[in-house]
Design a protein around this ligand. Structure first.
Ligand code: ADP
Ligand code: MG
Length: 394
């Protein structure tokens, strides 16, 4: 699960990580009040679940989702321009994201920008802390062009974080004196925050040193492990559904494993492995899947119905491929779900069904006698071929 910058900073603050003062605003008047309270120059920052805001552009041409405001009036003006506007950054995709809140935070006097991040290194099977002198820019491009500028320390899962590891990073960044000391303290606190909140990613880009020698987290991004949210009620409550794909939100209500993609062939499959294989075969046949959808091993008629409805509400879908292997689930139950959904929704698109396994003949028979025009196939390749052709209108 992702959270906004202001929420990540609230969490980090609790662990003693130094962040600039600030509060979130939902209206321009609120922005004005907060800016007045903070006093002096503030920064107005669009809150969306994506980075690159500073260099982003709004749909109406307004430049930048991070703006320096010299007065409360100016903060109000910028908030007014950002709120309800669509911000496009290199991370949002061309459709952008709607800004529903802005963060009003005190402006820092930046001496230098650094990068600091914590993420799981799957190959090494432990967390890695990364730091770089190349802050404020995309870390992916630093990793690609000048990988030697990223220093890493790996945290042993049993021994845990060791103070010398922060010092190692501090030396590599060539920090000295107070800056070095503050940096080491911040890294330790950040790691504790990451570990104790079951984060999967904690990224501070930029981490800055100020002209008066402080080390401050100027931006913050945190992602959390969904499977651990049950033990972090206060974090689970930070979920912002407006930032998620509406179809994915809808499908999570029915325990469906649905991920929207940008192709034209809607897929309904039981089992994640089979769903992946189905997407592969569709691609091999020259088509593009519109989604990943695993209805689960114990799919009921009701779940299949909901899955079908969600699949079809994606406007890009031109044909549907249903690929079910009846192991625990019975194919006739799936067929019944598909038929009643097709009747309820009045499906006009071509629907290709491939059923194999328990009660597959019975399922096929139900489909054939349903009065609906289902296309059927015995094997996956054939089914994919038909679905791809149908999506192209052939
Ligand atoms: P994003 O990564 O989404 O572009 P950041 O929070 O990293 O957003 O902001 C982009 C840039 O704006 C930073 O690299 C920094 O130079 C500047 N900036 C952000 N917040 C502040 C602040 N509180 N004070 C001064 N400059 C800031
Ligand atoms: Mg940033």
């Amino acid at each position: 699960m992702k959270v906004h910058e202001y929420q990540a900073k609230d969490i980090l603050k609790k662990y003693g990580v130094s962040v600039p003062r600030g509060r979130v605003a939902f209206s321009k008047d609120e922005a004005y009040e907060i800016a007045k309270e903070i006093g002096g120059t503030v920064v107005v920052k669009a809150q969306i679940h994506a980075g690159g805001r500073g260099k982003g552009t709004f749909k109406d041409g307004f430049q930048g989702g991070v703006k320096l405001a010299k007065s409360p009036q100016e903060a109000r003006e910028y908030a007014g321009k950002m709120l309800n506007n669509i911000l496009v950054t290199h991370q949002t995709g061309p459709e952008g994201k709607k800004v529903e809140k802005v963060y009003i935070t005190e402006a820092s006097e930046i001496e230098k920008e650094y990068y600091l991040g914590i993420v799981l290194d799957r190959a090494k099977e432990c967390n890695v802390i990364m730091a770089s002198t190349e802050g404020g820019v995309e870390i992916e491009s630093v990793a690609e062009k000048t990988p030697e500028k990223i220093v890493k320390v790996w945290i042993h899962p049993l021994a845990g974080f060791q103070k010398y590891q922060a010092r190692e990073l501090g030396f590599a960044l060539k920090l000295t004196g107070d800056r070095f000391k503050s940096f080491c303290e911040l890294v330790e606190k950040l790691y504790i925050a990451h570990e104790q909140s079951d984060a999967t990613l904690t990224e501070i880009n930029p981490l800055i040193t100020t002209k008066d020698g402080k080390v401050v987290a100027l931006d913050a991004k945190m992602n959390f492990d969904d499977n651990a949210l049950f033990r972090h009620k206060e974090i689970a409550e930070l979920r912002d559904i407006s930032e998620e794909d509406p179809l994915e939100v809808e499908s999570s209500k029915f325990d469906l494993n649905y991920i929207k993609l940008d192709g034209t062939i809607g897929c309904m499959v039981n089992g994640a492995g089979l769903a992946m294989a189905t997407m592969d075969v569709i691609t091999l046949e020259g088509g593009k899947p519109a989604n990943f959808l695993d209805v689960g091993g114990s799919a009921t008629e009701e779940r299949v119905k909901n899955a079908f409805r969600i699949l079809l509400s994606d406007k890009n879908v031109k044909s549907v491929l249903i690929n079910i292997f009846g192991g625990i689930v019975r194919c006739d139950v799936i067929a019944q779900g598909v038929i009643s959904a097709a009747k309820e929704i009045d499906v006009k698109l071509p629907v290709v069904v491939r059923l194999q396994g328990t009660n597959s003949e019975k399922g096929m028979e139900l489909l054939k006698t349903s009065g609906k025009n289902f296309l059927t196939a015995d094997n996956l390749q054939e089914a994919a071929k038909i679905a791809v052709k149908a999506a192209m209108g052939e």
